[in-house]
Design a binder for this molecule. Structure first.
Ligand code: MEV
Length: 426
C-alpha cells in the first residue's frame, strides 16, 4: 500500500492508536516508541546542560498531509501553542490539490567571522589575505579532515572593511565552510579560532572575535506552492476572493514592519516547532530569519504570494542552518525518533521540509485571517482542551467542545456540567 501522510480523523483517535499508527508508518521499533513516550532521561538531561534540576517537556505532534517534492511526509512538531499543528495540517491538505510543495536549497555553507582591529594598512592587509587564501583554506581543511572526507570543507575567504564603527575602522574576515550534515557552529568556531593567529600575522592587526555568523546567507532553503484558487472555496466564500485576501495580507506584511513581525512569527511557529522536535537550535534559526527579513533595510514579510491565472502561488526563502548529526539531534531520544519519522538523510532535506512547513503555516494563518479570522478555529481547539481537562473522553470530547463553542462559554466548570449531563442521560 502506498504511504500517505493524509490520515483523516487522526486527531480523533486515542493517543495510543496514534502512536501505533506512526510507528507502523515510519517503521519505529520498541525503543523508538519508548523514546516518544518517555523522552529524555534525567541522567541524559544532566549531561546536556549545567545545573540540571529536572526536565521541561513539550508536546510532540504530527503535521499531516504534507507532500514535499512528490514525497509523503509526516512532520514531527514540538510546540506549546494550540492550533499550530492543526492549522499547518489543514494548509498542507489544501496544498495537496496543487501537488504539494516544491523545495530546494543551497549547499550547507556557514560563515565564520574574524574581527581584526588596529590594522596599520587595511589595503595591504586585504592583499596579503587574498594572496594567502589557498594556504588558509588548506589549513582549515587540515583542522577538519573528517569533514573533508564527508565532502565538506573550506570553500572561500573574503574580507570586508568596516571604516566607521564606534571604535574606529576594522577588517572582518569571512571564512566559508561547507559543514555538510552538521548545524556547524562548532566546526566553524574551531576553524576560525585555528586560523586567527595566521590572520593576525598577515594583517599585522589584532584579532578580537572569532565566531560563526548566525546570518547564514549562503545556507538557504526555499519552498514554492501552487494551489488552484478553487481549493479555497467554502461556505459561500469564493476561492478567488480568499486567494485575493491572502495576496493582500502578504502585501500588508511586505509594506509594514508592525504586521511583518506577526506575519513572520506565524511562519516561525512551524519552523521552530520542527527545529525543537529535531533537537536543532531555534534561536539561531530565528536570528537568521529576522535578519534576512530586513535585508533591504526594511523589515518585511519573508513570504511572497501572488495569483497567476487561476492559481495562487506562494514562496518562502530564508537562511536556515540545521543539522541532523551532532548536538542534541542524536543525543535527545525524541529528536532521533523525529528524524526517523521524517526519513531525512541530509541536513539540506531537513531544512527544505522546514521551509515547506513555514510556508504552510503562513498559508493557514493568512487564509484564516483573510476570511473567518483565527479566533473561531482557536476557540474550537481551546474548547477541545477544556473538554479534556473537564474529564471528557473519546467521542465525548468533540460533542462537549462543540457545545462549549456554540454557547460561547469555554469554561471548565461548564464543560464538567455538560459531561455529567451527557453521562446522566445514558
Ligand atoms: C499566531 O501564533 C500566529 C499568527 O498571528 C500569524 C499571523 O498573524 O500571520 C496567526
Amino acid at each position: 500500500m502506498a504511504r500517505t501522510s493524509r490520515i483523516p480523523g487522526f486527531y480523533k483517535r486515542p493517543l495510543e492508536e496514534r502512536v501505533r499508527l506512526v510507528a507502523e508508518w515510519a517503521g519505529l521499533d520498541d525503543a523508538d516508541v519508548t523514546a516518544l513516550r518517555e523522552s529524555l532521561a534525567l541522567a541524559q538531561a544532566d549531561k546536556m546542560i549545567e545545573n540540571v534540576v529536572g526536565r521541561h517537556a513539550l508536546p510532540l505532534g504530527l503535521g499531516l498531509n504534507f507532500i514535499i517534492n512528490g514525497r509523503e511526509v509526516l512532520v514531527p512538531m514540538s510546540v506549546e501553542e494550540p492550533s499550530v499543528v492543526a492549522a499547518v495540517s489543514n494548509a498542507a491538505r489544501i496544498a495537496r490539490s496543487g501537488g504539494g510543495f516544491l523545495t530546494g536549497s543551497t549547499e550547507p555553507i556557514m560563515i565564520g567571522q574574524i574581527q581584526v582591529l588596529d590594522v596599520p594598512d587595511p589595503r595591504a592587509a586585504q592583499a596579503a589575505l587574498h594572496r594567502a587564501k589557498a594556504d588558509i583554506l588548506r589549513r582549515v581543511d587540515d583542522i577538519h579532515p573528517s569533514l573533508v572526507r564527508r565532502g565538506g570543507g573550506a570553500r572561500d575567504l573574503r574580507v570586508r572593511y568596516l571604516p566607521h564603527t564606534p571604535v574606529g575602522p576594522m577588517l572582518v574576515v569571512h571564512l566559508y565552510l561547507d559543514v555538510r550534515d552538521a548545524m556547524g557552529a562548532n566546526l566553524v568556531n574551531t576553524a576560525v579560532e585555528g586560523i586567527a593567529p595566521l590572520v593576525e600575522r598577515l594583517t599585522r592587526g589584532r584579532v578580537n572575535l572569532r565566531i560563526l555568523s548566525n546570518y547564514t546567507t549562503e545556507r538557504r532553503a526555499w519552498a514554492v506552492v501552487r494551489i488552484p484558487v478553487d481549493a479555497f472555496s467554502e461556505k459561500g466564500a469564493r476561492g478567488e476572493e480568499v486567494a485575493r485576501g491572502i495576496v493582500e495580507a502578504n502585501a500588508f506584511a511586505w509594506a509594514d514592519p508592525y504586521r511583518a513581525a506577526t506575519h513572520n512569527k506565524g511562519i516561525m511557529n512551524g519552523i521552530d516547532a520542527v527545529a525543537i522536535a529535531t533537537g536543532n537550535d531555534w534561536r539561531a534559526i530565528e536570528a537568521a530569519a529576522h535578519a534576512w527579513a530586513a535585508r533591504d533595510g526594511q523589515y518585511r514579510a519573508l513570504t511572497e504570494w501572488y495569483i497567476m491565472g487561476d492559481t495562487l502561488v506562494g514562496k518562502l526563502e530564508l537562511p536556515l542552518a540545521v543539522g541532523i548529526v551532532g548536538g542534541a539531534t542524536k543525543v535527545h531520544p525524541t529528536a532521533r525518533v523525529a528524524l526517523k519519522i521524517l526519513d531525512v538523510h541530509r541536513a539540506q532535506d531537513l531544512a527544505e521540509i522546514m521551509v515547506a512547513v513555514g510556508l504552510a503555516q503562513n498559508l493557514a494563518a493568512l487564509r484564516a485571517l483573510a476570511s473567518e479570522g483565527i479566533q473561531r478555529g482557536h476557540m474550537r481547539m481551546h474548547a477541545r482542551q477544556v473538554a479534556i481537562a473537564a474529564g471528557a473522553v473519546g467521542e465525548e470530547i468533540d460533542i462537549v467542545a462543540a457545545r462549549l463553542a456554540e454557547e460561547g462559554n469555554v469554561r471548565e466548570s461548564r464543560a464538567r456540567e455538560i459531561v455529567e449531563e451527557m453521562r446522566g442521560n445514558d
